[in-house]
Design a protein around this ligand. Structure first.
Ligand code: UD1
Length: 438
């Protein structure tokens, strides 16, 4: 089998300083197709390190983050083959337990490899991912849990070295109470526990749908996992895992972004596929704001006319997701009345406020809360997306604004949205990817 690194179909590298030019004010119609969930696919790819057999993951979105995770797996000796929207991943020739700094630095989620590497080889050396644009993002809970399973963990010169001492180099099941329900820590520890000796119980586990998706793949690989989606997850370790075929869930954040694109342009369209339970808090807020929603079993139809102010506070699932806070704020910037938006998950995730203000939004900040007074219309301006979701928020604002909005920061956008402008253009938007040097 050849090794094929997955590349994003969007060739941003051929454009110098790419930006999106959005001609605002158009209504959207028709249907927007949701890709597989980025955050699920990334962790499911890491889980493939747990077996020598081939795992076929279907519905994997073509994103730069997926390409980066493929590079990480290949750098460890794994094989990655791209077949349509599926990836075939084989970990029979893993030949190192050391993850390269450049790859962890470029993709935070590649820190996930520490759990499966340790479980499979008894050793893992992975650079600390460090902070990013939205916050410091510690990995304390990941490390604490691995120690509770018998790993000796040291952090020196920015590198986390974890070793399982003793004969067999096998982790031992343990009881882990997480101080906060970290998604990444829950997933890391589930993967590590899948091959551990005995039973592991993770208390105060994250409830996110991506955690349930990981449990689904692990179970398909022969793992014994119970309780994913509840605060207590129990994993009974097995000696080995085997190959499987598994489809990634639809991306709830992409779906939410599309619903917000419809709402901000006061449009009527269908977004599909959507699993409503994955978006409960978001759908409630959209209805509270005045949108009409109708789920037909697969997709969700949204009809938006007048948008009213609503208050939101980001929280772990099933609360309102931090990943949709910025896109929702763009909508509220055009609502009737004043909304209060509080960011509780990441300490630096309100950088889009300044950019929205450049487009005429009336927003006042107080600590981690933004008071957003809706305006009749935003005005197109050159703006910068400071992280993935902030970049999406800028595109949404541009869809509704008067005139042209130029959005930079596409290196972030392309990490999480497959063919974003192509999909929106097919529904009636006018977005052009150009070189800002032109
Ligand atoms: C994941 C998602 C990201 C999403 C986030 C919150 C992936 C690849 N990324 O990130 O898109 O925004 O969940 O829904 O799935 N924390 C600690 N100590 C720790 C770990 C986390 O205090 O050891 C805190 C963080 O600082 C943050 C909160 O817990 O305030 C949530 O972080 P976490 O759930 O770990 O997010 P990620 O898994 O990194």
């Amino acid at each position: 089998m050849g090794l094929i690194a997955v590349q994003s179909p969007i060739n941003t590298r051929s454009l110098q300083n790419p930006q999106l030019n959005i001609s605002g004010g158009r209504r959207l119609s028709g249907e927007l197709q949701v890709s597989g969930a980025k955050n699920s696919a990334l962790v499911l790819m890491a889980a493939c390190l747990l077996t020598r057999d081939t795992i076929k993951l279907k519905n994997v979105p073509p994103l730069t983050d997926i390409a980066a995770m493929s590079e990480m797996l290949i750098s460890l000796g794994g094989q990655v083959r791209s077949v349509g929207d599926a990836l075939e991943l084989t970990g029979d020739s893993i030949n190192t337990s050391t993850a390269p700094y450049e790859l962890v630095n470029s993709l935070r989620a590649s820190f996930f490899c520490i759990g499966p590497l340790l479980a499979r080889t008894g050793m893992a050396k992975v650079p600390l991912p460090g902070g990013c644009q939205i916050g410091t993002r510690p990995v304390v809970e990941h490390v604490k849990g691995l120690k509770a399973m018998g790993a000796q963990v040291t952090i020196e010169h920015g590198i986390v070295t974890a070793v399982v001492p003793g004969r067999g180099h096998r982790l031992t099941g343990g009881r882990i109470h997480m101080d906060c329900p970290s998604v990444g820590a829950t997933e890391t520890l589930m993967m590590a526990a899948a091959l551990a000796d005995g039973e592991t119980v993770i208390d105060n586990a994250a409830l996110e749908p991506e955690v349930i998706d990981l449990a689904g793949l692990l179970i398909a690989m022969g793992a014994r996992v119970r309780g994913a989606g509840t605060p207590t997850i129990t994993i009974e370790g097995v000696d080995q895992l085997h190959g499987a075929e598994y489809a990634v869930i639809p991306d709830r954040i992409e779906a939410g972004t599309f619903l917000l694109a419809a709402a901000i342009t006061r449009s009527h369209l269908r977004v599909t596929p959507v699993i409503s339970e994955h978006l409960g808090a978001v759908l409630t807020k959209l209805e509270e704001a005045g949108c009409t929603l109708n789920h037909d079993g697969i997709g969700l139809t949204i009809k938006a006319d007048q948008i009213n102010a609503v208050d939101l506070r980001t929280q772990p699932f099933p609360g309102f997701p931090t990943d949709l806070q910025a896109p929702f704020m763009s909508l509220l910037a055009t609502a009737r009345g004043t909304s209060m938006v509080t960011e509780n998950i990441f300490e630096n995730r309100l950088q889009h406020v300044g950019e929205l203000q450049r487009m005429g939004a009336a927003i006042r900040m107080q600590g981690n809360t933004a008071f957003v007074e809706g305006v009749t219309s935003l005005s197109g301006a050159p703006v910068q997306g400071s992280d993935l979701r902030a970049a999406a928020a800028m595109v949404l604002a541009g869809l509704s604004a008067d005139g042209i909005t130029s959005v930079r920061g596409l290196e972030y956008l392309d990490r999480g949205y497959a063919n974003f402008e192509g999909k929106l253009n097919a529904a009636g938007a006018s977005i052009e990817r150009v070189s800002s040097a032109a």
